[in-house]
Design a protein around this ligand. Sequence first.
Ligand SMILES: Nc1nc(=O)c2c([nH]1)NC[C@@H]1CN(c3ccc(C(=O)N[C@@H](CCC(=O)O)C(=O)O)cc3)CN21
Ligand SMILES: CC(C)C(=O)C(=O)O
Ligand SMILES: [Mg+2]
Length: 272
Amino acid sequence: MSATKKEYKRVTVKSLVDMKKNGEKISMLTAYDYSMAKIVDAANVDVILVGDSASNVMAGHETTLPITLDQMIYHASSVIRAVNRALVVVDIPFGSYQSDPKEALRSAIRIMKESGAHAVKVEGGQEIKESVKRILNAGIPVMGHLGLTPQSIYKFGTYTVRAKEEEEAHKLIEDAKLLEKMGCFAIVLEKIPAKLAKEVAESVSIPIIGIGAGNGVDGQVLVIHDLLGITQEFNPRFLRRYLNLYEEMGNAISKYVDDVKTRDFPSDEEQY
Ligand SMILES: Nc1nc(=O)c2c([nH]1)NC[C@@H]1CN(c3ccc(C(=O)N[C@@H](CCC(=O)O)C(=O)O)cc3)CN21
Ligand SMILES: CC(C)C(=O)C(=O)O
Ligand SMILES: [Mg+2]
């Protein structure tokens, strides 16, 4: 490595499993573009998720269902160009892995090859077992996602807490064990009771990353626009807002408009 180039200790799939072993919590955030990913990576976030929440946050869709594989690859390649340290995981979007295992593998390969990402994430357990196996067999690391799985929102109809009933809780634990056994390197658990999430984290040796899953898991994930307070309408109990950027950005932009209208901008120093 050249003297001018800074050396980064990259986060790997293995280092995440070691972090769980050593009791160090894992931080994960989404990013969908180069500029945001630069900031997130420089702040030492361990895992950057190029989430299909880009469908909501970037494109303004109601759900995650419409975003395409090509669009996910565009977001992922932008993120990859910014990242020096974090592990970059990409959601395989709805419709590009559920049809059959070969399609799932083709989609995962396109993401890895065309974006340079380090791993993929898929929603579900038993139902998508064969697809997960295929992808893992090709040497592509897979992160699971159980609990509230937004790609199947129309099956449930609501974004309420999942696995409150014993039967669904039991299936979730079995799915987590299955994903671990197949070789997934981590699992996201979304919006389930904290007690159940803790039980899952204690039942498997791979890291469990929670969103609305309490403090008994191995790491946390949030959508970056929620954390920064850029999204306004999204207000679940699990969200902690660290800024109100919607307001701050709005104020800055209003000031600019004002400065243009009043001829304050540009000043003598700001022209040639
Ligand atoms: N901006 C954003 N943040 C996210 O965390 C996110 C997305 N978009 N899009 C994809 C999925 C959808 N996710 C969701 C969606 C809704 C709730 C939720 O709790 N919604 C309601 C409660 C609905 C109900 O109880 O019926 C809320 O309180 O806002 C949680 C996670 C998480 N993901
Ligand atoms: C909420 C996280 C886990 C996600 O899947 C996404 O951002 O798409
Ligand atoms: Mg997602």
